[in-house]
Design a protein around this ligand. Structure first.
Ligand code: ACO
Length: 427
């Protein structure tokens, strides 16, 4: 039997090739659909559309599986550092010790920002959301690093990728420092990627900052959990922006803007705010009822996922990490108990069972980040920092593909048809 998919449109039958990946659902190759039938497909929200071919990340949403280049997120988060995972995403293989040292050294050497960028921050109000600052400052990098914006040159792409990964912690920490009115702290190349970020965020010039290894490891793991997630909204935004040939700094700024939304990266901030609003376990049933009420816009933040119809494997790691961090920091956060009980109640409720709504990565991350000392407004910034490696890896994969085209979806037009123009004085 032919492996083609057949479509009957009107009186005609059309055949389309079915392509198989290494694992996961087959796809129907409809690239010739319009030429053959004069019709488009209609798929708002891309619920049934594979927008590209990719060898980076695989998700089996029904089974709750997440693999980067074939390695499970559980193993990577348990055994690797964020630098190792970054190398893996960019290069396809886990690094040897020498390769990792070399990569880490390169990233470390790019952590400083052009000094003039510091003055850029002063244009923002002190109460600006740090994601607003991230969008602006990352976009502005293209005005500072002209020597790595030729996207047709693989070396330029490599340097700009390294710059983005390296400078993101510095930019993020400076956004925080600006909001609290403290001086910017320059990077310290003797520290790890994550230790350096902690120092730039929480250190002050007046005294030495000692990195807490438990916090450093937990945050590094959080970065790993957020490193990449195949064609999610912000990654698709980066790819779409990049498909026109825009420079990588502008593309990543576009990704940051998309990530900011509460249905995506902004959910970790929204989840913690929700848990605080619930406050005590006795209020949980009321909020569960609200989440189920179609007339109430309230949703359980940190619950549900477009792809996972099972427990998000990142949420499992995150829940374990919350316990470790709270114990190590001797923090007794009543919100954690609210989260645990909310999860249990929701997972036993027919509404959530039927709709396959499980905790996602954002449900527990806010509790850890808050225990470490980050204000809620910084949560999505940390997500952006970590996801930058996924964005640049996906962007590089797209640009290196010789068959790459500008992304240009079509539409089902429902507006007025051609009509006569009426001059202003006759309207
Ligand atoms: N609380 C209550 N009901 C929910 C929730 C929720 N968190 N999530 C989905 N539902 C319901 C919807 O109302 C819908 O019900 P219906 O079929 O009766 O209309 C059904 O479940 C399917 O939901 P959709 O919104 O159609 O699913 P979609 O795949 O478009 O949305 C999303 C996924 C945006 C993540 C959604 O689950 C949501 O809004 N969750 C809360 C926000 C959140 O946690 N986002 C983080 C995502 S992970 C990330 O970005 C890292």
């Amino acid at each position: 039997m032919s492996n083609d998919a057949r479509l009957i449109a009107g009186n005609e039958e059309h055949s389309f090739p079915v392509l198989s990946g290494s694992v996961g659902p087959d796809v129907i190759d409809i690239r010739k659909l319009y030429a053959q039938t004069g019709m488009f497909t209609y798929d708002p929200g891309f619920t049934s559309t594979a927008s590209c071919e990719s060898a980076l990340t695989y998700i089996d949403g029904d089974e709750g599986v997440l693999l980067h280049r074939g390695f499970s997120i559980e193993e990577l988060s348990e055994n690797s550092s964020f630098m190792e995972v970054s190398y893996l995403l960019l290069n396809g293989e886990l690094p040897s010790k020498a390769e990792l040292d070399d990569f880490s050294r390169t990233i470390t050497r790019h952590t400083m920002l052009h000094e003039q960028l510091a003055t850029f921050y002063r244009g923002f109000r002190r109460d600006a959301h740090p994601m607003a600052i991230m969008c602006g400052v990352v976009g502005a990098l293209s005005a500072f690093y002209h020597d790595s914006t030729d996207i047709s040159d693989p070396l330029h792409r490599k340097i700009s990728s390294h710059r983005l990964i390296a400078k993101m912690p510095t930019i993020a920490a400076m956004a925080y420092k600006y909001s609290v009115g403290q001086p910017f702290v320059y990077p310290d190349n003797s520290l790890s990627y994550t230790g350096n970020f902690l120092r730039m965020t929480f250190g002050v010039p007046a005294e030495p900052y000692v990195v807490n290894p438990v916090v450093e490891q937990a945050l590094d793991r959080i970065f790993i959990l957020h490193a990449d997630h195949e064609q999610n909204a912000s990654t698709s935004t980066v790819r779409l922006a990049g498909s026109s040939g825009a420079n990588p700094f502008a593309c990543i700024a576009a990704g940051i803007a998309c990530l900011w939304g509460p249905a995506h990266g902004g959910a970790n901030e929204a989840a913690l705010n929700m848990l605080k609003e619930i406050g005590t376990p006795d209020k949980i049933p009321h909020y569960i009822e609200r989440a189920k009420d179609k007339n109430d816009p309230f949703r359980l933040m940190g619950f549900g996922h477009r792809v996972y119809k099972n427990y998000d494997p990142r949420a499992t790691v995150m829940q374990k990490t919350v316990r470790e961090v709270l114990t190590a920091l001797k923090v007794n956060d009543p919100i954690f108990e609210v989260a645990l009980q909310l999860e249990e109640m929701a997972l036993n409720d027919p509404y959530f069972i039927e709709k396959k709504l499980f905790p996602n990565v954002d449900f527990y991350s806010g509790i850890i980040l808050s225990a470490i000392g980050f204000p809620t407004t910084m949560f999505t910034v940390l997500f952006a920092l970590a996801r930058t490696v996924g964005w640049v890896a996906q962007w590089n994969e797209m640009i290196s593909d010789p068959g790459q085209k500008i992304g240009r979806p079509r539409q089902l037009y429902t507006g007025p048809t051609a009509r006569d123009y009426v001059p202003l004085d006759k309207r």
